[in-house]
Design a protein around this ligand. Structure first.
Ligand code: G3H
Ligand code: 13P
Ligand code: ZN
Length: 311
């Protein structure tokens, strides 16, 4: 099966009350871990690539690694551009064979967000590619996503109908209290998501696929391993998994996970070096990292997303 778009995937996910995992990929081991987990769980997958990933790995390498993932698994896989910053980035990804792109113009005014998104949608749809857009802003700091907590704002349900009608986008990322990175809540703060906003958006856009960014749960066993084996990540806190499960039964069809993969990878490598200070073959520690990421992705598919046996 060649790469697919998310259209059929999201229809089935919406109807089935589950979400498809969108995992960020930067290198071969992470891609192998995700697709091996997907294969064992018979789950559809979205492999997403950020601008930082394209810069790090070279788009040609990523494209071929993802082609290898498709060839070796036969799973329905979407190759998605994460946080496309402008029309040119989306165009370049489409030319590169991506079947789905995100245009993230959420930091522009409502009117400009519509104009920029509309332009990407026209270009993408003419080429059979689907488009994710964003309304509202998440807090968080990553390579390409840098929004201060005070500048973050929830999605306004009043705006979603006009936005989706005028842009023609295929899915919509909304801000309901998730954020990028490994520090989503302060210690002592009760993790909360605005399910009222999600519910209202779902009522206004029946059947329309909603996307959650910043949806890592920051597993505390991984944080503890990192800290035990020489790391320093105090107070790393994520979204409780039961909240993500609940969102997946609602209108959320795509859940983005990057930080959790990074944590699993880092914990495994730190542990490996502490336990085997004499090792210097990258296959040994990257092999451990790959196994840890695979185990984490299987857990997400089965216990959080509910996308097992849906491929
Ligand atoms: O939302 C951002 C993703 O976690 C990608 O992060 O820009 O560091 O590759 P990155
Ligand atoms: P996390 O940082 O919570 O993994 O979010 C990733 C994301 O939203 C990628 O677009
Ligand atoms: Zn994101």
């Amino acid at each position: 099966m060649p790469l697919v778009t998310s259209t059929e995937m999201f229809k089935k996910a919406y109807a089935g009350g589950y979400a498809v995992g969108a995992f960020n990929v930067n290198n071969m081991e992470t891609i192998q871990a995700i697709v091996e987990a997907g294969k064992e769980c018979n789950s559809p997958l979205i492999l997403q690539v950020s601008a930082g990933a394209r810069k790090y790995a070279n788009p040609v390498y990523l494209r071929h690694l993802i082609a290898a993932a498709v060839e070796t698994t036969g799973l329905p896989i979407v190759m998605h551009l994460d946080h496309g910053a402008d029309f040119e980035s989306c165009k370049s990804a489409i030319e590169d064979g991506f079947t789905s792109v995100m245009i993230d113009a959420s930091h522009h005014s409502f009117k400009e967000n519509i104009e920029i998104t509309r332009k990407v949608v026209e270009y993408a749809h003419d080429r059979g590619v689907v488009v994710e857009a964003e309304l509202g802003q998440l807090a968080g700091i990553e390579d390409a996503v840098n929004v201060k907590a005070e500048d973050a704002c929830f999605t306004q349900p009043d705006e979603v109908c006009e936005f989706t009608e005028k842009t023609g986008c295929d899915s919509l990322a909304i801000a309901i209290g998730t954020s990028h990175g490994a520090y989503k809540f302060k210690p002592g703060q009760k993790p909360q998501l605005r399910f009222d906003i999600l519910e209202e958006v779902g009522k206004r856009l029946p059947g329309f696929p909603i996307v959650l960014h910043g949806a890592s749960s920051v597993p505390q066993d991984k944080v503890a391993l990192i800290n035990k084996f020489g790391g320093k990540m105090p107070d790393a806190i994520g979204i409780p998994e039961e909240m993500l499960r609940k969102a997946a039964t609602m209108a959320v069809c795509k859940i983005n996970i990057d930080s959790d993969l990074r944590l699993a990878c880092t914990a495994a490598i730190r542990q490996h070096f502490t336990e085997h200070p004499d090792h210097f073959d990258p296959r040994q520690y990257l092999g451990d990292a790959r196994a840890a990421i695979k185990e984490l992705v299987k857990h997400k598919i089965v216990d959080v997303l509910g996308s097992n046996d849906r491929a």
